[in-house]
Design a protein around this ligand. Structure first.
Ligand code: TRP
Length: 362
């Protein structure tokens, strides 16, 4: 069976380093691995509108930001199909049919939806579109016959729900849809990168992000202002590594060769952590090292971004061509689905003849 990847992001803001270590970097590695027959990367604007219906301009403006982020991290339109969700109308059609296979109470139990409803104060007025977005996400995944969905941990309930829909569909209508697997980051620190303020999640609304498009200076300023261990007041004090976002970032970003290059007094991260725990290692030194490590990772991304920014119409062209290609693939799946559901009347010559015979013979 073909190995196919589908994943995507809501265009509600620029992408940040949490997206990068949690998903984008992995996507590029998967793209370069050559182990996949097709890769689809979707800008989920229709999903973004489910909780931003009153702010279409925000979604519209962020399409290009996300596209630039994709291209600058190294997603290559020659190898991966980059497309916009709303431009593939088959996804809506699939969602409409999948809705019959999911109960309201099952949607209410989806932990991600639950916490998002709380976060947005939607308790008393949940838009139906928002409430049902896990179903539309199942359409996104199945439309491309995706076998592999590389996403962050927060998307686990979505994948669970998609798998249930696939199972139900195939049970009721016959083997049609492909069962997808989630692919989580293998580095634990990358599962959910904390904000620079130490809050559990890096998020635009919390204002604690390092964006991929930040300048070198911005990144440095943000890193030097990072929250650390609040009890590590003097250099001599023993410090705590667990829950200290500076070390979580190092867990996510640094490799042994960074020590040889920037901090040769230490062999590896374990040695640095041990010193911090013992006391005698100041936050500034650790932050300066982290800054070098992150800048090394972000510099080529920033360079590529600059080049793509020179030709914005070409970036839209990439998305347009990708969307067309995605539409053709989704149309095939929709045809399979309609056939399985017995709503392919005009393509079913046997049906037409059978009905003709029935009426002829009375
Ligand atoms: N829900 C994802 C997010 O919050 C975006 C998304 C939409 C997605 N459809 C998808 C991710 C399908 C993976 C597969 O960013």
């Amino acid at each position: 069976m073909a190995k196919i990847i589908l994943t995507g992001d809501r265009p509600t803001g620029k992408l940040h380093v949490g997206h990068y270590v949690g998903s984008l970097k992995r996507r590029v590695e998967l793209q370069e691995s050559g182990g996949y027959d097709q890769i689809f990367i979707m800008i989920a604007d229709a999903q973004a509108l489910t909780d931003n219906a009153d702010d279409p301009e925000k979604v519209r403006q962020n399409i290009i930001e996300v596209a630039l982020d994709y291209l600058s991290v190294g997603l290559d339109p020659a190898k991966s199909t980059l497309f916009i969700q709303s431009q593939v109308p088959q996804l809506c059609e699939l969602s409409f049919y999948y809705m019959n296979l999911v109960t309201v109470s099952r949607l209410q139990r989806n932990p991600t939806v639950k916490s998002e409803i709380q976060m947005r104060n939607f308790e008393t007025s949940i838009p139906v579109g928002f409430f049902t977005y896990p179903i539309s996400q199942a359409a996104d995944i199945t439309a491309f016959k995706a076998t592999t969905v590389p996403v962050g941990e927060d998307q686990m309930p979505m994948l669970e729900q998609t798998r249930e829909i696939v199972h139900k569909f195939n049970t009721v209508y016959g083997e049609t849809l492909v069962m997808p697997d989630i692919l989580l980051p293998d580095n634990k620190a990358c599962l959910r990168l904390p904000g620079i303020d130490g809050k559990a999640k890096m998020s635009k609304s919390l204002g604690n992000c390092i964006f991929l498009s930040d300048t070198e200076k911005d990144v440095q300023k943000k890193i030097m202002s990072m929250f650390t261990d609040p009890n590590h007041l003097k250099v001599e004090d023993p410090g705590q590594v667990e829950g200290n976002p500076v070390f979580t970032y190092l867990d996510a970003f640094c490799r042994d060769e960074h020590f040889a290059k920037y901090l040769p007094d230490y062999d590896d991260l374990e040695a640095l952590k041990a010193h911090y725990r013992r006391g005698g290692l100041g936050d500034v030194k650790v932050k300066k090292f982290l800054n070098k490590v992150i800048q090394e990772e972000l510099a080529p991304i920033r360079e590529r971004r600059k080049q793509f920014e020179q030709d914005i119409p070409a970036v839209y062209k990439i998305l347009e061509e990708g969307s067309r290609k995605a539409e053709a693939v989704a149309a095939q799946t929709l045809a399979d689905v309609k056939k399985a559901m017995k709503i392919d009347y005009f393509a079913d010559q046997a049906l037409i003849e059978e009905q003709a015979k029935r009426f002829r013979e009375g």
